[in-house]
Design a binder for this molecule. Structure first.
Ligand code: R5P
Length: 231
């Protein structure tokens, strides 16, 4: 990641921190941009500018990180509704539909997004696409037992499917103990049709299409930060 990209992500993260108010339950997304948000949030809490913040993390790694920064982190069992969640995205289309899951956290991220009153997505301008799939293969979480049939099913829908592997050649294991297949559908004319075709298939746990879930996207570009509300 270039220094400029980190600078832009930080600008978007700081704009999202400005939306947090004392006493809020805040969903903490996952990924490099969400991490910048969590760090900025923790600084404000440590400085006493925000009080009574409770975080609910979308990934075990983020939970550990947030705790190490001094944030109070709770669970969905204790706090089933978030006032606000701030998360990153891999691709954002003009209707604010998203591809997420580049870090493998899509399932928990979607659970938390659906349980949030507001979902703010923070990105640098490189994440904007005319069509989802222009730049990114769609991550899909799959039960290891079902890898082969689910992969063949998704291939039959027209995608090129690859199991996501770590550097040691072993599959990336999600926080739920599942695997991720990256499904290259190419540019999606209708993400809703793709999403529906992936739903209700046994062993296919969840996909990274977040349709109608973002309340707002904060985009940091070289000429400044802009906010795009859901149309
Ligand atoms: O699983 C990971 C998430 O969906 C991330 O929010 C997404 O991949 C964006 O990550 P980053 O902010 O590192 O580009």
């Amino acid at each position: 990641m270039s220094e400029e990209q980190t600078r832009l992500k930080q600008l978007a993260a700081d704009a999202a921190v400005d939306e947090v108010r004392s006493g809020m339950v805040v969903g903490l997304g996952y990924g490099s941009t969400a991490l910048l948000f969590v760090r900025s949030l923790a600084k404000k809490v440590a400085a006493g500018e925000l009080q009574g913040i409770t975080g609910v993390a979308c990934a075990l790694a983020m939970e550990t990180e947030a705790r190490s920064l001094g944030l109070n982190v709770s669970s969905l069992d204790q706090h089933p509704v978030m006032d606000l969640t701030v998360d990153g995205a891999d691709e954002v289309d003009p209707a604010l539909n998203l591809i997420k899951g580049g870090g493998g956290a899509l399932l928990r991220e979607k659970v938390v997004a659906q349980a949030s009153r507001r979902e703010i997505i923070i990105v640098d301008e490189s994440k904007l696409s005319e069509h989802l799939g222009d730049k990114w293969a769609l991550p899909v979480e799959v039960v290891p037992f079902a890898l082969r049939p689910v992969s063949e099913y998704v291939t039959s829908l027209g995608a090129e499917v690859k199991l996501r592997l770590l550097e040691d050649g072993k599959p990336l294991v999600t926080d739920q103990g599942n695997w991720i297949i990256d499904c290259n559908f190419g540019p999606m004319a209708d993400p809703g049709t793709v999403a529906r075709s992936l739903e209700g298939r046994a062993g296919l746990v969840e996909h990274g299409l977040f349709l109608g879930l973002a309340s707002e996207v904060i985009v940091a570009a070289s000429d400044g930060v802009r906010r795009i509300p859901r149309p």
